[in-house]
Design a protein. Structure first.
Length: 266
């Protein structure tokens, strides 16, 4: 049995779905779109327009796996996007993954999926799959472009205010990590819960509540997905930060900078 799935790269540029996890991130994306038009489906506002020369549909994912999966399904079935880019914040799990860093998912897994003993823990029942992998070439491109976009010299030239915010929050220069991102319908804030996850999934770099569900939908539709997570805290609550300020001053500008680097290339 295989525990991996790798969809093909998109055959054409097509329309790109952009899912933002937090309203502030979505508003920052919309502010960069010159021609967005709102379309409402299933109680969600989808914004159709262009960004960096690409046709896009931007939408708030909502919180949790079911909400995010519904939103992703609508993007694919109703708006015909050929790939999805998800941007949001997450808790850091892996050693060396610090607040202000970015994790690019090269694998996604639902840490609260457990249908044992009928199926192995973490396996999506009936699929023989536990880890969902974006196309390797796509992840290569994403990591390369983000490392350039978030390099100190690039940020200093293009976003000096962001550099000042990083310094005022006591954060260093962002590091772009590549690895496993895990998702579950739980907000993790205890050292004990995080230690248990690290014991079961020692290679997990970040934990959040939507990415693996979106990846499962993309798996079912056979389209690529890119998941970008800015680390807002250590999931065990060892780091304390003014979250609203971090979201406004760091995570939202990161989202715009990352999309600006990615969209012309994917």
């Amino acid at each position: 049995m295989s525990s991996d799935f790798r969809p093909p790269l998109s055959a054409s540029p097509g329309r790109i779905g952009i899912m933002a996890a937090m309203p502030a991130e979505l508003f920052a994306v919309l502010a960069a779109m010159p021609d967005e038009a709102r379309v409402t489906r299933a109680g969600r506002d989808f914004w159709v327009g262009h960004l960096h020369g690409r046709e896009v549909v931007a939408v708030l994912s909502r919180i949790g796996k079911v909400a995010a999966a519904t939103t992703a399904t609508l993007l694919l079935a109703e708006f015909g996007v050929t790939q999805i880019v998800f941007t949001g914040v997450a808790g850091g799990l892996g050693e060396g993954v610090k607040v202000g860093d970015v994790v690019v998912a090269d694998a996604l897994l639902q840490h609260d999926m457990d249908a044992s003993p009928l199926f192995p823990r973490f396996e999506l029942p009936g699929t023989d799959i536990s880890r969902l992998h974006p196309p390797r070439a796509l992840v290569d491109t994403v990591c390369r472009s983000l490392r350039e976009a978030l390099a100190p010299e690039t940020l200093a030239a293009r976003q000096p205010a962001l550099m000042e915010q990083l310094a005022s929050l006591g954060l260093g220069q962002p590091v772009v990590h590549r690895g496993l991102v895990i998702s579950g319908d739980q907000f993790l804030s205890s050292a004990r819960a995080c230690a248990a996850l690290r014991g079961a999934l020692p290679d997990a770099l970040a934990v959040e509540m939507e990415g693996a569900a979106v990846a499962q939908v993309c798996h079912d539709f056979g389209v690529p997905v890119t998941v970008l997570r800015t680390i807002s805290d250590r999931a065990d609550d060892t780091a304390h930060l003014d979250f609203p300020r971090f979201l406004e001053a760091v995570a939202s500008p990161y989202a715009v900078a990352m999309l600006g680097a990615l969209l012309p290339l994917i």
